[in-house]
Design a binder for this molecule. Structure first.
Ligand code: AMP
Length: 177
């Protein structure tokens, strides 16, 4: 038994990174811990084991670290959703708003077939802008978002409100930004 409280304790908080006022929730300390990493991956996979999932999509970069082992647990493939300019093949992209300016997420056009049920994985839900864009991308190519999985939810930022139509699983919550 490895309680979620212990997962929370393995996440390091670095104040004022990458800019003043942000409490950065650093999951690399969880990833260093063999049992913590295993528990986080299996708890996220457990939430979807009884659901029909055809593919797991992870969002760059910490979504890759979690998404690939979740895909192994669920017996699916894994598809990376990357920041602009990183994917070498034909791709589709979606633009989304950041606090200052815009950014773009991309996926290879050959990665998904229409109608696939895709589980979306990232490390942390903050405002929800990144996951919203990733879900839009997957739906744009004719697939269904079967659910979302995060380790952390920053509850005060209310990202959940932008993703109400989806099943969502988070392992731990933090208050504040
Ligand atoms: P958002 O689009 O606002 O939901 O931001 C989510 C993305 O930004 C995730 O990929 C997180 O890894 C990262 N992120 C946002 N805020 C934090 C934070 N306070 N600590 C760690 N990562 C964060």
């Amino acid at each position: 038994m490895f309680p979620m409280d212990e997962i929370k304790e393995l996440i390091r908080t670095i104040p004022d990174f990458p800019k003043p006022g942000i409490q950065f929730r650093d999951l690399t300390t969880l990833f260093l811990h063999a049992e913590g990493l295993r528990k986080a991956v299996s708890a996220m996979a457990d939430a979807y084991r009884s659901q029909p999932i055809d593919m797991v999509a992870g969002i760059e970069a910490r979504g890759f670290i979690l998404g690939a082992p979740i895909a192994l647990e669920l017996g699916t493939g894994f598809v990376p959703i990357r920041k602009a300019g990183k994917l070498p093949g034909d791709k589709v992209s979606v633009e989304y708003e950041l606090e200052y300016g815009k950014d773009r997420l991309e996926i290879h056009t050959n990665a998904l077939e229409r109608g696939m049920r895709v589980l979306m994985v990232d490390d942390l839900l903050a405002t929800g802008g990144t996951m919203r864009a990733a879900c839009d991308l997957v739906e744009q190519v004719g697939c269904r978002v079967a659910g979302l999985a995060f380790v952390v939810e920053l509850v005060d930022l209310k990202g959940r409100q932008r993703l109400t139509e989806y099943r969502m699983v988070n392992l731990v919550e933090f208050e504040g930004e």
